[in-house]
Design a protein around this ligand. Structure first.
Ligand SMILES: [Zn+2]
Length: 610
């Protein structure tokens, strides 16, 4: 039974009151009792973070720490949570998410879509983009999140792409020795301020312009800080093995722990390459290199997974000489003075109000980069491309009437669909013909009695949103089974109800348990739990997190394993997951009976020693 409910603020008053009462004769203090614990979880089964099965135990928490795990705990606590039919696990740690951008917006600092999945810590600053804006320092973000509060704990990475953009803009060339030094000093500064490591996004400009030597030089900087290098490698299709080799080379040359983000083989003809990639990693690990990886448990990729059915070159044909390009847009904005450009920028940036650092960043930008920055904020030629652009639509329909062009277009569509997933694995997510939602292109072709390219053209012109299953199930399961592979959602802080995000932002952690452990039985539940708790804590070097053990931080998920609901689907992506009955972060209850209570107890987890 619970003792008298007291809040932490009132506890010292109670102690004084108790002392006062005890000092008198015939004490009546018996009715006022100081609780031994703040929270005790009773009657639950515990997954402790290892891959061992769950065991029955009570868990006692005081402050932000787990004090005891065992069967003989007296439930003498301010709050007793009945864990009957529920499972206690360490809080889930997301090794790879892009929530940092969305968390700029105050209403999204809670990361509710992640709390609902049981996530208590996120690792941000991924794929080469620093966990803070280009005109800020790590300490600005740390200060903001510390003062204002965040839902989950957050560990920050410095992004190579951001650092390169600050020093070299979007120049596609090697840095000069001076530029390389400047980049190194920016990485060093971020590490000094508490970043946990460095990230690259080697398929994204300008990260992609760097050769391996440049990466090695920057990774060397984080070595003395015990930093970790997260990499979105240079290729995930047929280049996968070569790209994994590059990551291993960086580990060899620097001695730094290298973590490969969202490991997978993309494109139907590359299915099976996951085994080769894992083989390379395992060899390197045998040679004592520290290589790990993370994975999201879905067959489709990309932040916006909806993919056009007609490849761009087939849709637009030989470039429309009068079509809008970015240099057209830049020409328009190039007519303005610097001060006018900055005024326009201020009217479009979400980073308001503009801070002193931000102002200085704008004033110091070279003219060309200022024009690029402002014009892109205003007008992106790609916003004018696709079937909703009436000019492009007219030109496409005209070309379709030309027999030669028409044959080229149909062949291009076929090749495009085959290379991604095949028609049987290209799924119609959202369509004005509702009966087609959830069906494959192949099924739609059969229903309509049309060829695959013809049905693809029809669907594209009616604005259907389709998703190719570019990753195969056996690769996903093969990667998942490896004991060095953690979970990373690669999701975002979705603006609820807006746009079409990948459902990984809503369901990764519970979907992995439900589909791959409970339903397909590809791995055990405890294997999945380990991959999202103690393993990521070890990879990230987190102190005292990732386990249900005495002395560890009280980041805890209490899960209704039998009633997990992951309603998010490619036709209805904006759905919160269900199944997390309680979520505790740094000892504070955040989800209570599945509902967020408004607290923001997350901390910035600085690298050890910062
Ligand atoms: Zn990435």
């Amino acid at each position: 039974m619970s003792g008298i409910k007291i809040t932490r603020n009132s506890s010292s008053i109670l102690i004084i009151l108790c002392l006062f009462l005890c000092s008198g004769t015939n004490s009546t203090a018996e009715s006022i009792k100081i609780d031994t614990y703040d929270i005790v979880i009773q009657n639950a089964m515990v997954f402790d973070g290892s891959d061992k099965p769950a065991f029955p135990a009570n868990v006692a928490i005081k402050g932000d720490t787990i004090i005891e795990v065992g069967n003989s705990i007296n439930a003498d606590a301010a709050r007793v949570i009945d864990g009957k039919n529920l499972y206690v696990c360490p809080g889930f740690i997301d090794l790879h998410t892009h929530v940092d951008y969305g968390m700029y917006f105050p209403e999204h600092r809670s990361c509710l879509n992640y709390l609902k999945q049981g996530v208590t810590t996120v690792v941000v600053g991924q794929c080469g983009d620093s966990a803070w804006s280009i005109f800020e320092k790590a300490q600005d973000q740390i200060q903001r999140w510390t003062e204002k509060g965040i839902g989950p704990n957050a560990a920050l990475l410095v992004g190579h792409g951001t650092v390169r953009r600050i020093v070299m803009g979007k120049e596609e060339r090697e840095p000069t020795p001076e530029e390389l030094d400047r980049m190194k000093s920016l990485v060093k500064e971020a590490m000094e301020q508490g970043a946990c490591g460095l990230s690259t996004g080697l398929i994204y400009a300008p990260s992609s312009y760097a050769n391996t030597d440049e990466i090695v030089e920057l990774v060397k900087v984080i070595e003395s800080y015990g930093g970790i290098y997260h990499t979105h490698i240079r290729g995930e299709g047929e280049e996968l093995p070569k790209a994994v080799e590059e990551a291993i080379e960086v580990a060899e040359k620097t001695g730094v722990a290298v973590h490969i983000s969202h490991l997978k083989a993309i494109g139907k003809k590359n299915w099976g390459l996951a085994r080769q990639a894992c083989g390379l990693i395992e060899n390197a690990r045998k040679n004592n290199l520290k290589i790990t990886a993370d994975q999201y448990p879905y067959r489709f990729s990309r932040g916006n997974p909806y993919t056009p059915l007609i490849p761009e070159f087939a849709w637009r044909g030989k470039e429309d000489p009068e079509g809008l390009t970015s240099s057209d847009v830049e020409k328009i904005f190039g007519l303005l003075r610097d001060s006018e450009l900055i005024e326009l920028y201020k009217k479009t940036t979400p980073y308001v109000p503009i801070t002193e650092n931000h102002e200085q960043f704008l004033n110091e930008l070279p003219r060309r980069r200022l024009v690029q920055l402002v014009s892109q904020n205003w007008l992106n030629p790609s916003d004018f491309q696709g079937p909703d652009n009436t000019r492009e639509r007219m030109l496409f329909l005209k070309r379709l009437k030309d027999p030669n062009e028409s044959e080229m277009i149909r062949k291009a569509i076929n090749d495009h669909i085959d290379s991604l997933s095949g028609a049987e694995d290209f799924i119609i997510g959202i369509c004005v013909e509702k009966n087609l939602e959830g069906k494959s292109l192949q099924e739609a072709a059969t229903i309509k009695g049309m060829s695959v390219p013809d049905v693809a053209i029809e669907l594209e012109l009616m604005g259907a949103k389709c998703v190719p299953m570019k990753i195969c199930e056996s690769d996903i399961e093969y990667i998942m089974k490896q004991d060095y592979v953690g979970t990373g959602s690669d999701g975002t802080m979705a603006m609820y109800g807006i746009g079409y995000p990948h459902i990984r932002s809503y369901s990764t952690f519970l979907h992995k348990i439900k589909k791959y452990a409970l339903e397909r039985k590809a791995v055990s539940v405890s294997h999945v739990i380990r991959s999202q708790t103690s393993l990521p804590a070890q990879i990230m070097n987190f102190n005292y997190r990732g386990w249900i053990k005495a002395g560890y931080k009280a980041d805890i998920v209490i899960l209704d394993l039998d009633n997990i609901v992951t309603g998010s689907s490619i036709s209805q992506p904006h759905q919160f997951s269900e199944g997390v009955e309680y979520l505790i972060i740094n000892g504070q209850v955040v989800l209570d009976h599945g509902e967020w209570n408004g607290t923001l107890p997350g901390k910035v987890l600085k690298r050890k020693g910062a």
